[in-house]
Design a protein around this ligand. Sequence first.
Ligand code: XMP
Length: 530
Amino acid sequence: PVLVVDFGAQYAQLIARRVREASVYSEIVPHSMSAEQILAKEPAAIILSGGPSSVYAEGAPSFDPAVLDAGVPVLGICYGFQLMAQALGGSVGRTGTREYGRTRMSQATGRGPGGGEVGTAEAASRLLSGTPAAQTVWMSHGDAVERAPEGFTVTASTDQTPVAAFEDDARRLYGIQWHPEVVHSEYGQRLIETFLHDCAGIGRDWTPGSIIDDQVARIRAQVGGARVICGLSGGVDSSVAAALVHRAIGDQLTCIFVDHGLLRAGEREQVERDYAQSMGIRVVTVDESERFLDALAGVTDPEAKRKIIGREFIRSFEAAQRALVAEAGEQGAEIRFLVQGTLYPDVVESGGGDGAANIKSHHNVGGLPEDLDFTLIEPLRTLFKDEVRAIGLELGVPEHIVWRQPFPGPGLGIRVIGEVTRERLDVLRAADAIAREELTAAGLDREIWQCPVVLLADVHSVGVQGDGRSYGSPVVLRPVTSEDAMTADWSRVPFDVLARISTRITNSVPEVTRVVLDVTSKPPATIEWE
Ligand code: XMP
């Protein structure tokens, strides 16, 4: 793999993704790893990430400089660049000038040492080859490299930063002050590809096809002839995980879909159609809506609702599993394996790397408990979301699943504000279906991250319908745009689309007297209302 050593950068994951986009497998490792541990992974190349610290700050994250002597190609970015300079005998200073954001960078012109036209840049670069002499890069730093280490050539500079990049091509060590991983660096991806393919000589073999082949072989080796179950939510991750396992072991896989009564209109039928018919996967649907609604009776606190839904989900799942085992009877081997759609960001964020697969609570599947007696199969554990989508398409997962918008595990249960009842769910379901239809018809599905429709069930407002006054509840439309749900902005849905949604809802859902639009970003508001 290519190892991205993480110095606390918000960008480490982004760097790893850019490497994958260059069709090269990458992994993120913590900076606390020793050189021995790092080299034991036999990295084809190493990238030192940026980080929030100053290399001089007390307790600043550091690394074992022995990795620079191992003959492995290394690229240092921002903080990683400064660490390289420091470790190899250059110097880093608090320059007092901060560069932040888009910055003009100039390459050396290749006239040899001392002959550079701009700043102190002195020779042409292997790393920057094929890109313009002047280009826009994204900077974010306070400290700066003041002197390159012995044997290194300075290859780029900016107005504020004479040493903006250096390299020792013979030793295959490269460093840059800017962030090539962010889109604002014009030739950032090009630079990463040059480093990987030209400087480090790594081939392009990380492709959807190769990932599938590799996972299929692993799953077969892990499972043998045993039976496997998968909890389906209908979302992208569990669907692609199921499709991958199905490709590997066919009918040894059974998917369980728990209908908790908090689904949107048509969702259950759609899941059954998609999996059984389009993908040929065996799906057992269990209707547990009674169980969930009974448990939710009288409950209004959002966290309490979530906990109850999580708990009942587990019970439903266990019951379904027992039924499956019983049904298989004598010949039915025990079910020992459970498929989970865990993604790489979940693994990195929970501090795990190679950790043994033991069940952990996971929001995708509604939080299965610690003591479920299964061995996990997590075929997406090394993948980012965009890779999961690419694999899904390659496996023939229908496009509307691959591009499906997120929908929370607790479903409409956290979109009825106040007590959740069957009647209220029916009202919300009807309004939600109309909003979804109109947004889809307007071609906004990809642009919008998701659009919760929320029923303010305990609020009553006066309306006038026909000749009489009516009295009903408002629904809120909450369309948002987002990259990762961590932050979001309200979407500027065209007025005429909003008007159609409003008219249709108030005409056809008599319990709703008003449709309002949520125009709050996240932060300060969350995407969901509860
Ligand atoms: P918030 O409301 O926290 O939502 O801004 C961020 C994203 O997470 C989804 N969400 C959930 N998903 N279980 C889930 O599986 C939950 O309890 C849950 N709560 C929020 C939400 O739809 C949005 O995409």
